[in-house]
Every structure is written in structure tokens, then in C-alpha cells.
Design a protein around this ligand. Structure first.
Ligand SMILES: Nc1ncnc2c1ncn2[C@@H]1O[C@H](COP(=O)(O)OP(=O)(O)O)[C@@H](O)[C@H]1O
Ligand SMILES: [Mg+2]
Length: 291
């Protein structure tokens, strides 16, 4: 699968220049001066970044480049040292995870956050509007409004159908394979009908058959008009489905461009991506993007 086949004749990037921080014609997310240090380590130091609406944008870079931290910052799961960003033209910096999700920007985690002792369906319902992670305990105790509950259940079942998990709805999430948990997490993130979805290594540890179905889901999200930003290591996957690629190294955007721009950027390939194939397995198991 080449990018030319997948994206035949379609340039969703409309004249964007392949340079770090380049302006996009219709950006859904615009970030400025986003910084985060851990002790003396500057994990994220993004000068300017725009993500084009309705595209699949890949965020790539070596282990420790700051990809997961950038996701955490943008989606309100970690606090920045500095910076501003807008989503759909509205400032969302300083908002918490559930507020960012309500604004339409959701994310999944590098290590899945499925609650293994709850059923697949209950995991989905926790993704419903107003029931986000940090308020989970409250969700159990709160009296449930029946009408909303029914709508949420309908939506959950529709999504489970689409992700081929509906037969497993009454099973514990812990009984799912790693790949099925990735699908469950993606399905759950869609409960709020987001406009932008950020996926942190959705394919890591997933068997090849499920990788194909995950890729299909990612492209159909874009076909539904949603914006996808995803972290991935496999260069074939990246080149195959991305409209645009952002390369992060030591917290900074060092390159941006279409797959063809990045492929021909020997400096990027040699210096930052050469060792990725070998290390992607270690990244899937050892790295803790959940922090
Ligand atoms: N909570 C944290 N405390 C200390 N260091 C952290 C924390 N989170 C991330 N880091 C460090 O920040 C850098 C970027 O990490 P991360 O964003 O996970 O990279 P990536 O996802 O690109 O592999 C790494 O050096 C990592 O060890
Ligand atoms: Mg990571």
C-alpha cells in the first residue's frame, strides 16, 4: 500500500509547505510555544504546530521524543510550563481532560486504559458524555437519567458493532486480546462524537489481522470528516495512510511534510527514524505513555 494509492489524487494539505511549523489552510488545532520540562529535561518544546482539519496526520519520532507528553498536554492530561493552543478557534489550554473532550478533542493512551473488571459495554458507557475518567467513581453513584442512558447504550452498541466487538459486550474487558482492547479504546473515545481524535500508538502490540482493521477504522474516521493525529513507529503504516507527517525529536518539531517529503528527507530518516523498526516493539511494552 503506498500513499499514492491510498490518497489517489487527493491533496488534503492544500499548498502547505513542508517545513517545521508550517501554516495550514484550514487548521483545526493551532499550538504555540508549548513547553514541558521534567527536572532538567525539556520533554516538549513546540514552537508552532498546526494540524489540518479532516486529515490523518502522523506524529513520529524516536522513543522519548515527547510524543506522548505532547498528547497529554494538548488534551489536558498534564500541565504545561508554557504555551497556548486553540481547537476549532477556541483556546483550550488550561482545560482539563473532560473539558477538552467536550470541546471535541479526544485521545487514546499508549497503554490501554480499558477497565479489565468491567464489561465491554460498561467500558463504553464510561466514555459517554459527562462520565470521563477522573469522575468515574461519581458515575457509579450518580442516579442515572434513563433517557440519556438509553441513548448512550444505543450509541455504544452501534460503535461496538462497527468495531466488531458487539458479541463481546457482556464479557469482561480483561478477557479481550490486546488488539481488541485497542479497538475498544478507540470505540470508547468515539462515544462523545469528537471532531478530532488523537491515537497514541494504536497499532502497538496488535496482531497483523487487527492492524488492517485498525487502519480501516482510522481512514474511515477521516472519511467521516474527522481529524486524526496518531503516533506510530511502523514506516509502512505511516507512509500508507498519512496525509501529513510531523517529526518530533527532543521535544521539537524538526520536520513536517507529506509522506513523499519525509521519505526523501534522508537526514530525518538517518538521524531519527533509522532505528525505529527495531525499537518499536520495546516502545509498545516498556514505555509508559500513560503518565
Ligand atoms: N512524568 C514524567 N516524569 C519524568 N519524566 C517524564 C515524564 N513523562 C515523560 N518523561 C520523559 O519525557 C521524555 C518524553 O517522553 P514521552 O513523551 O513519553 O516520549 P515518547 O512518547 O515520544 O516516547 C522522556 O525522556 C521521558 O522519560
Ligand atoms: Mg509515547
Amino acid at each position: 500500500m503506498s500513499s499514492d494509492e491510498t490518497n489517489a489524487g487527493v491533496d488534503r494539505m492544500a499548498g502547505a509547505e513542508p517545513v517545521p511549523g508550517s501554516a495550514k489552510s484550514d487548521p483545526i488545532l493551532v499550538a504555540d510555544g508549548v513547553r514541558r520540562s521534567f527536572g532538567g529535561l525539556r520533554a516538549v518544546d513546540v514552537e508552532h504546530l498546526e494540524v489540518q482539519r479532516g486529515t490523518i496526520t502522523a506524529l513520529i519520532g524516536p522513543n522519548g521524543a515527547g510524543k506522548s507528553t505532547l498528547f497529554n498536554l494538548l488534551t489536558g492530561f498534564d500541565r504545561v510550563d508554557g504555551g497556548r493552543w486553540t481547537f476549532e478557534g477556541r483556546a483550550v489550554n488550561g482545560r482539563r481532560g473532560h473539558q477538552v473532550a467536550r470541546a471535541g478533542m479526544v485521545r487514546t493512551f499508549q497503554l490501554t486504559k480499558a477497565l479489565t473488571r468491567m464489561t465491554v459495554l460498561d467500558n463504553m458507557l464510561l466514555g459517554a458524555p459527562g462520565q470521563f475518567g477522573e469522575r468515574m467513581a461519581g458515575a457509579f453513584l450518580r442516579p442515572v437519567w434513563q433517557g440519556q442512558e438509553r441513548l448512550n447504550t444505543e450509541r455504544a452498541l452501534d460503535l461496538l458493532e462497527r468495531f466488531k466487538l458487539v458479541d463481546k459486550r457482556h464479557e469482561l474487558a480483561g478477557a479481550l486480546s490486546g488488539g481488541q482492547r485497542k479497538l475498544l479504546e478507540m470505540a470508547r473515545s468515539l462515544m462523545t462524537d469528537p471532531t478530532m481524535i488523537m491515537l497514541d500508538e494504536p497499532m502497538a502490540g496488535v496482531n497483523p489481522a487487527l492492524v488492517q482493521s485498525l487502519l480501516g477504522h482510522i481512514t474511515s474516521l477521516r472519511d467521516d470528516g474527522k481529524t486524526v493525529l496518531f503516533v506510530e513507529h511502523d514506516m509502512d503504516v505511516i507512509m500508507g495512510i498519512s496525509d501529513w507527517i510531523v517529526v518530533l525529536a527532543q521535544g521539537q518539531v524538526i520536520a513536517e511534510g507529506r509522506p513523499s517529503d519525509i521519505r526523501s528527507n534522508r537526514q530525518v530518516i538517518d538521524a531519527y527514524l533509522g532505528a525505529q523498526e527495531e525499537s518499536s516493539e520495546a516502545a509498545g511494552s516498556g514505555d509508559d505513555g500513560q503518565r
